[in-house]
Design a protein around this ligand. Structure first.
Ligand SMILES: Cc1cc2nc3c(=O)[nH]c(=O)nc-3n(C[C@H](O)[C@H](O)[C@H](O)COP(=O)(O)O)c2cc1C
Length: 355
Protein backbone atom coordinates (compact mmCIF):
# COMPACT_ATOMS: atom_id res chain seq x y z
CA UNK A 1 0.00 0.00 0.00
CA UNK A 2 2.76 2.44 0.89
CA UNK A 3 4.67 1.41 -2.27
CA UNK A 4 1.57 2.33 -4.25
CA UNK A 5 1.59 5.67 -2.46
CA UNK A 6 5.28 6.30 -3.18
CA UNK A 7 5.06 5.22 -6.85
CA UNK A 8 1.66 6.58 -7.90
CA UNK A 9 -0.09 8.84 -5.43
CA UNK A 10 2.86 10.79 -4.06
CA UNK A 11 4.03 12.13 -7.46
CA UNK A 12 0.49 13.38 -8.11
CA UNK A 13 0.23 14.79 -4.62
CA UNK A 14 3.57 16.54 -4.85
CA UNK A 15 2.48 18.52 -7.94
CA UNK A 16 0.65 20.65 -5.36
CA UNK A 17 2.36 23.01 -2.93
CA UNK A 18 3.19 21.44 0.43
CA UNK A 19 0.50 23.39 2.25
CA UNK A 20 -2.19 22.65 -0.38
CA UNK A 21 -1.36 18.93 -0.16
CA UNK A 22 -1.50 19.16 3.64
CA UNK A 23 -4.87 20.91 3.58
CA UNK A 24 -6.21 18.31 1.15
CA UNK A 25 -5.11 15.51 3.49
CA UNK A 26 -6.69 17.24 6.47
CA UNK A 27 -9.98 17.55 4.57
CA UNK A 28 -9.85 13.87 3.58
CA UNK A 29 -9.25 12.95 7.23
CA UNK A 30 -12.14 15.15 8.35
CA UNK A 31 -14.33 13.21 5.96
CA UNK A 32 -13.06 9.92 7.36
CA UNK A 33 -13.76 11.26 10.84
CA UNK A 34 -17.45 11.52 9.95
CA UNK A 35 -17.41 7.72 9.49
CA UNK A 36 -16.29 6.42 12.88
CA UNK A 37 -17.28 2.86 11.99
CA UNK A 38 -14.82 2.96 9.04
CA UNK A 39 -12.08 4.13 11.39
CA UNK A 40 -12.91 1.27 13.80
CA UNK A 41 -12.79 -1.25 10.90
CA UNK A 42 -9.35 -0.02 9.83
CA UNK A 43 -8.18 -0.27 13.43
CA UNK A 44 -9.67 -3.76 13.81
CA UNK A 45 -7.93 -5.12 10.75
CA UNK A 46 -4.75 -4.58 12.60
CA UNK A 47 -3.79 -1.47 10.74
CA UNK A 48 -3.19 -0.19 14.20
CA UNK A 49 -0.94 -2.84 15.65
CA UNK A 50 -1.18 -3.42 19.37
CA UNK A 51 1.71 -4.23 21.60
CA UNK A 52 1.11 -7.55 23.36
CA UNK A 53 0.58 -5.45 26.44
CA UNK A 54 -0.09 -1.71 26.25
CA UNK A 55 2.81 0.61 26.94
CA UNK A 56 2.11 2.21 30.33
CA UNK A 57 3.63 5.63 30.75
CA UNK A 58 2.84 8.47 33.15
CA UNK A 59 -0.31 6.63 34.19
CA UNK A 60 -1.63 6.20 30.62
CA UNK A 61 -1.96 3.10 28.45
CA UNK A 62 -0.66 3.53 24.90
CA UNK A 63 -1.81 0.78 22.47
CA UNK A 64 1.53 1.02 20.67
CA UNK A 65 4.63 3.20 20.70
CA UNK A 66 3.99 5.42 17.67
CA UNK A 67 2.27 8.81 17.74
CA UNK A 68 1.58 11.69 15.41
CA UNK A 69 3.85 14.65 16.21
CA UNK A 70 2.48 18.14 16.87
CA UNK A 71 1.84 20.55 14.02
CA UNK A 72 -0.25 18.28 11.81
CA UNK A 73 -3.64 18.71 13.50
CA UNK A 74 -3.44 22.46 14.05
CA UNK A 75 -7.20 22.87 14.48
CA UNK A 76 -8.13 19.81 16.60
CA UNK A 77 -10.21 18.44 13.78
CA UNK A 78 -8.84 15.12 12.62
CA UNK A 79 -7.19 13.34 15.53
CA UNK A 80 -10.01 10.80 16.19
CA UNK A 81 -9.39 9.28 12.72
CA UNK A 82 -5.67 8.70 13.23
CA UNK A 83 -5.95 5.23 14.73
CA UNK A 84 -6.95 4.04 11.25
CA UNK A 85 -3.38 4.64 10.07
CA UNK A 86 -1.68 2.89 12.95
CA UNK A 87 -1.08 5.73 15.39
CA UNK A 88 -1.19 4.82 19.07
CA UNK A 89 -1.39 8.41 20.29
CA UNK A 90 -1.67 11.90 18.84
CA UNK A 91 -0.31 15.25 19.91
CA UNK A 92 -2.44 18.08 18.59
CA UNK A 93 -1.56 21.78 18.38
CA UNK A 94 0.41 23.87 18.89
CA UNK A 95 -2.40 26.00 20.34
CA UNK A 96 -1.92 29.49 21.70
CA UNK A 97 -4.05 31.60 23.99
CA UNK A 98 -4.83 34.06 21.19
CA UNK A 99 -6.07 33.00 17.76
CA UNK A 100 -3.40 33.68 15.14
CA UNK A 101 -2.91 33.31 11.39
CA UNK A 102 0.75 32.34 11.41
CA UNK A 103 3.35 33.55 8.92
CA UNK A 104 2.57 34.51 5.32
CA UNK A 105 2.51 31.71 2.72
CA UNK A 106 4.48 29.91 1.40
CA UNK A 107 5.63 28.54 4.74
CA UNK A 108 6.24 24.83 4.16
CA UNK A 109 8.82 23.45 1.72
CA UNK A 110 9.47 19.82 0.72
CA UNK A 111 12.86 18.36 -0.25
CA UNK A 112 11.90 14.87 -1.49
CA UNK A 113 15.42 13.64 -2.35
CA UNK A 114 16.46 14.30 1.26
CA UNK A 115 13.08 13.28 2.74
CA UNK A 116 13.07 16.63 4.50
CA UNK A 117 10.74 19.54 5.09
CA UNK A 118 11.42 23.11 6.15
CA UNK A 119 8.49 24.94 7.75
CA UNK A 120 7.90 28.37 9.20
CA UNK A 121 4.18 28.13 9.92
CA UNK A 122 4.37 30.18 13.13
CA UNK A 123 1.50 28.43 14.97
CA UNK A 124 -1.60 29.28 12.90
CA UNK A 125 -4.46 28.10 15.13
CA UNK A 126 -7.96 29.10 16.21
CA UNK A 127 -6.90 29.90 19.79
CA UNK A 128 -7.32 27.85 22.96
CA UNK A 129 -10.92 28.86 23.62
CA UNK A 130 -12.27 27.67 20.26
CA UNK A 131 -10.18 24.50 20.52
CA UNK A 132 -11.65 23.80 23.96
CA UNK A 133 -15.16 24.17 22.57
CA UNK A 134 -14.31 21.83 19.71
CA UNK A 135 -12.86 19.22 22.05
CA UNK A 136 -15.93 19.40 24.29
CA UNK A 137 -17.88 17.83 21.40
CA UNK A 138 -15.28 15.13 20.60
CA UNK A 139 -14.72 11.83 22.43
CA UNK A 140 -13.51 12.70 25.93
CA UNK A 141 -10.89 11.20 28.22
CA UNK A 142 -11.60 7.50 28.72
CA UNK A 143 -13.79 7.33 25.58
CA UNK A 144 -10.86 7.49 23.16
CA UNK A 145 -9.06 4.68 21.44
CA UNK A 146 -5.68 6.24 22.31
CA UNK A 147 -4.22 8.96 24.55
CA UNK A 148 -4.47 12.53 23.30
CA UNK A 149 -1.70 15.03 23.94
CA UNK A 150 -2.36 18.77 23.70
CA UNK A 151 0.58 20.98 22.81
CA UNK A 152 0.53 24.64 23.92
CA UNK A 153 2.80 27.51 22.91
CA UNK A 154 3.15 31.24 23.42
CA UNK A 155 0.97 33.62 21.39
CA UNK A 156 3.06 35.79 19.09
CA UNK A 157 1.59 39.02 20.52
CA UNK A 158 2.47 38.10 24.10
CA UNK A 159 5.83 39.48 25.25
CA UNK A 160 8.33 37.00 26.62
CA UNK A 161 8.04 38.30 30.21
CA UNK A 162 4.29 37.53 30.14
CA UNK A 163 4.76 34.07 28.60
CA UNK A 164 3.83 32.17 31.77
CA UNK A 165 0.38 33.83 31.94
CA UNK A 166 -0.23 32.99 28.29
CA UNK A 167 0.66 29.30 28.80
CA UNK A 168 -1.39 29.09 32.01
CA UNK A 169 -4.47 30.53 30.29
CA UNK A 170 -4.24 27.93 27.51
CA UNK A 171 -3.56 25.22 30.07
CA UNK A 172 -6.65 26.17 32.08
CA UNK A 173 -8.86 25.99 28.98
CA UNK A 174 -7.48 22.75 27.57
CA UNK A 175 -6.39 20.56 30.50
CA UNK A 176 -9.89 19.05 30.90
CA UNK A 177 -9.54 17.45 27.48
CA UNK A 178 -5.90 16.34 27.58
CA UNK A 179 -4.63 12.91 28.52
CA UNK A 180 -1.28 14.70 28.64
CA UNK A 181 -0.13 18.26 27.98
CA UNK A 182 3.03 19.34 26.18
CA UNK A 183 4.63 22.73 26.83
CA UNK A 184 6.31 23.79 23.62
CA UNK A 185 9.21 26.19 24.01
CA UNK A 186 11.14 24.99 21.02
CA UNK A 187 9.53 26.03 17.73
CA UNK A 188 11.86 28.27 15.76
CA UNK A 189 9.11 30.30 14.08
CA UNK A 190 7.80 32.39 16.99
CA UNK A 191 10.36 35.12 17.65
CA UNK A 192 12.06 34.63 21.03
CA UNK A 193 10.25 31.39 21.91
CA UNK A 194 13.40 29.30 22.23
CA UNK A 195 14.78 31.81 24.76
CA UNK A 196 12.30 30.22 27.17
CA UNK A 197 14.70 27.26 27.23
CA UNK A 198 17.21 29.42 29.16
CA UNK A 199 17.23 28.85 32.90
CA UNK A 200 16.23 32.46 33.73
CA UNK A 201 12.90 32.03 31.98
CA UNK A 202 12.41 28.29 32.28
CA UNK A 203 12.22 27.83 36.04
CA UNK A 204 9.50 30.48 36.35
CA UNK A 205 7.53 29.11 33.41
CA UNK A 206 7.57 25.44 34.42
CA UNK A 207 6.86 26.32 38.06
CA UNK A 208 3.87 28.44 37.01
CA UNK A 209 2.38 25.77 34.72
CA UNK A 210 2.90 22.97 37.22
CA UNK A 211 1.43 25.21 39.96
CA UNK A 212 -1.70 25.75 37.86
CA UNK A 213 -1.87 21.99 37.28
CA UNK A 214 -1.69 21.25 41.03
CA UNK A 215 -4.29 23.85 41.94
CA UNK A 216 -6.66 22.53 39.27
CA UNK A 217 -6.16 18.95 40.49
CA UNK A 218 -6.80 19.91 44.13
CA UNK A 219 -9.94 21.92 43.34
CA UNK A 220 -11.41 19.08 41.26
CA UNK A 221 -10.05 16.23 43.45
CA UNK A 222 -8.36 14.75 40.43
CA UNK A 223 -4.82 13.60 39.68
CA UNK A 224 -2.68 16.29 38.01
CA UNK A 225 -2.49 16.02 34.20
CA UNK A 226 0.87 14.62 33.05
CA UNK A 227 2.93 17.46 31.55
CA UNK A 228 5.86 17.10 29.17
CA UNK A 229 8.30 19.67 27.80
CA UNK A 230 9.13 19.76 24.09
CA UNK A 231 12.68 20.85 23.39
CA UNK A 232 14.77 21.88 20.39
CA UNK A 233 17.61 19.82 18.99
CA UNK A 234 19.76 22.97 18.82
CA UNK A 235 20.73 23.00 22.47
CA UNK A 236 24.23 22.67 23.90
CA UNK A 237 24.71 19.92 26.47
CA UNK A 238 25.57 22.25 29.41
CA UNK A 239 22.29 24.13 28.75
CA UNK A 240 20.50 20.80 28.46
CA UNK A 241 21.86 19.81 31.90
CA UNK A 242 20.39 22.97 33.41
CA UNK A 243 17.10 22.40 31.60
CA UNK A 244 16.82 18.82 32.85
CA UNK A 245 17.44 19.96 36.43
CA UNK A 246 14.56 22.43 36.13
CA UNK A 247 12.28 19.85 34.49
CA UNK A 248 12.89 17.36 37.32
CA UNK A 249 12.66 20.00 40.05
CA UNK A 250 9.22 20.95 38.74
CA UNK A 251 8.08 17.33 38.48
CA UNK A 252 7.44 17.35 34.76
CA UNK A 253 6.50 13.89 33.53
CA UNK A 254 8.75 13.70 30.50
CA UNK A 255 10.42 15.29 27.50
CA UNK A 256 9.50 15.34 23.83
CA UNK A 257 12.81 15.39 21.96
CA UNK A 258 12.99 16.98 19.54
CA UNK A 259 11.38 19.76 17.56
CA UNK A 260 12.78 20.91 14.18
CA UNK A 261 16.33 22.28 13.79
CA UNK A 262 17.43 25.71 12.64
CA UNK A 263 20.80 24.22 11.66
CA UNK A 264 21.41 22.75 8.22
CA UNK A 265 23.17 19.39 8.70
CA UNK A 266 25.44 17.92 5.99
CA UNK A 267 23.61 17.67 2.69
CA UNK A 268 21.06 20.38 3.50
CA UNK A 269 23.36 23.43 3.37
CA UNK A 270 21.72 24.59 0.14
CA UNK A 271 18.16 24.50 1.51
CA UNK A 272 17.40 28.18 1.21
CA UNK A 273 14.02 28.38 2.92
CA UNK A 274 14.11 29.91 6.41
CA UNK A 275 12.47 27.83 9.14
CA UNK A 276 12.75 24.57 11.05
CA UNK A 277 14.12 21.51 9.27
CA UNK A 278 12.52 18.11 9.87
CA UNK A 279 12.81 14.65 8.35
CA UNK A 280 15.77 12.40 7.64
CA UNK A 281 18.56 15.01 8.05
CA UNK A 282 17.32 15.64 11.62
CA UNK A 283 17.58 12.02 12.77
CA UNK A 284 21.16 11.91 14.13
CA UNK A 285 20.78 15.24 15.94
CA UNK A 286 17.54 14.17 17.66
CA UNK A 287 18.99 10.78 18.55
CA UNK A 288 22.01 12.52 20.11
CA UNK A 289 19.71 14.59 22.34
CA UNK A 290 17.65 11.55 23.39
CA UNK A 291 20.85 9.61 24.18
CA UNK A 292 22.16 12.49 26.30
CA UNK A 293 18.91 12.94 28.25
CA UNK A 294 18.59 9.25 28.92
CA UNK A 295 22.15 9.01 30.27
CA UNK A 296 22.02 12.28 32.20
CA UNK A 297 18.83 11.27 34.00
CA UNK A 298 19.73 7.60 34.44
CA UNK A 299 16.61 6.74 32.43
CA UNK A 300 14.33 8.31 35.07
CA UNK A 301 12.63 10.78 32.77
CA UNK A 302 10.30 9.31 30.11
CA UNK A 303 11.27 10.49 26.61
CA UNK A 304 9.15 10.69 23.48
CA UNK A 305 11.60 10.61 20.58
CA UNK A 306 10.81 12.62 17.46
CA UNK A 307 12.92 13.69 14.52
CA UNK A 308 13.63 12.08 11.18
CA UNK A 309 11.93 8.70 11.51
CA UNK A 310 11.73 7.61 7.86
CA UNK A 311 11.97 3.84 8.31
CA UNK A 312 11.03 1.47 11.13
CA UNK A 313 14.70 0.97 12.07
CA UNK A 314 14.99 4.68 12.89
CA UNK A 315 12.24 4.29 15.48
CA UNK A 316 14.09 1.26 16.90
CA UNK A 317 17.19 3.43 17.32
CA UNK A 318 15.19 5.97 19.36
CA UNK A 319 14.04 3.14 21.60
CA UNK A 320 17.61 1.84 21.95
CA UNK A 321 18.75 5.32 23.01
CA UNK A 322 16.16 5.42 25.79
CA UNK A 323 12.89 6.68 24.31
CA UNK A 324 9.65 5.05 25.47
CA UNK A 325 7.48 6.31 22.61
CA UNK A 326 8.18 7.90 19.23
CA UNK A 327 6.39 10.44 17.07
CA UNK A 328 6.35 10.92 13.32
CA UNK A 329 5.43 13.82 11.07
CA UNK A 330 7.66 14.23 8.00
CA UNK A 331 8.08 10.47 7.47
CA UNK A 332 4.31 10.22 7.14
CA UNK A 333 4.40 12.76 4.30
CA UNK A 334 7.08 10.86 2.36
CA UNK A 335 6.40 7.23 3.25
CA UNK A 336 2.64 7.01 2.94
CA UNK A 337 -0.54 6.66 4.97
CA UNK A 338 0.24 3.32 6.60
CA UNK A 339 3.83 4.07 7.48
CA UNK A 340 2.90 4.60 11.16
CA UNK A 341 1.33 1.11 11.25
CA UNK A 342 4.54 -0.38 9.79
CA UNK A 343 6.67 1.33 12.40
CA UNK A 344 4.33 0.32 15.24
CA UNK A 345 4.32 -3.29 14.04
CA UNK A 346 8.11 -3.39 13.84
CA UNK A 347 8.43 -1.99 17.37
CA UNK A 348 5.82 -4.41 18.71
CA UNK A 349 7.78 -7.36 17.25
CA UNK A 350 11.07 -6.14 18.68
CA UNK A 351 9.86 -5.17 22.11
CA UNK A 352 13.03 -6.28 23.89
CA UNK A 353 13.43 -4.60 27.26
CA UNK A 354 12.20 -1.16 26.22
CA UNK A 355 10.56 0.51 29.18
C1 LIG B 1 4.96 21.37 8.83
C2 LIG B 1 5.36 21.15 10.26
C3 LIG B 1 4.71 21.86 11.27
C4 LIG B 1 5.07 21.66 12.60
N1 LIG B 1 4.41 22.36 13.58
C5 LIG B 1 4.70 22.11 14.89
C6 LIG B 1 3.97 22.75 15.92
O1 LIG B 1 3.03 23.52 15.69
N2 LIG B 1 4.33 22.48 17.21
C7 LIG B 1 5.33 21.60 17.53
O2 LIG B 1 5.59 21.38 18.72
N3 LIG B 1 6.03 20.97 16.56
C8 LIG B 1 5.74 21.21 15.26
N4 LIG B 1 6.43 20.56 14.28
C9 LIG B 1 7.55 19.66 14.67
C10 LIG B 1 7.12 18.20 14.71
O3 LIG B 1 6.16 18.00 15.71
C11 LIG B 1 8.31 17.25 14.97
O4 LIG B 1 8.78 17.47 16.29
C12 LIG B 1 9.47 17.48 14.01
O5 LIG B 1 9.00 17.74 12.72
C13 LIG B 1 10.42 16.27 13.96
O6 LIG B 1 9.76 15.11 13.54
P1 LIG B 1 9.77 14.60 12.00
O7 LIG B 1 11.18 14.64 11.50
O8 LIG B 1 9.17 13.23 12.06
O9 LIG B 1 8.90 15.56 11.25
C14 LIG B 1 6.10 20.74 12.93
C15 LIG B 1 6.73 20.03 11.91
C16 LIG B 1 6.38 20.21 10.59
C17 LIG B 1 7.08 19.42 9.53
Amino acid sequence: MDTLYEKVLRPIFFTQSAETAHDFTVNALRLLDTLPFAVRIFERFNLRPKNTKPVRLFGLDFPNRVGLAAGFDKHAQIWPALGAFGFGHAEIGTFTMHKQDGNPKPRMFRYPAAEAVVNRYGFPNPGAEIVARRLAHAPGKGARSFPLGINIGKSKITPLDKAAEDYISSFALLADYADFMVVNISSPNTPGLRELQNKNHLAGLLGAVQGANRRRAESLSLAPVPILLKIAPDIAFPQLDELLGIVEANHFDGIVATNTTVSRPAGTENFEATGGLSGRPLLEKSLGIVRYISRATGGRLPIIGSGGICQPEDAGRFMDEGASLVQIYTGWVFRGPFFPARVARALAWHQREWV
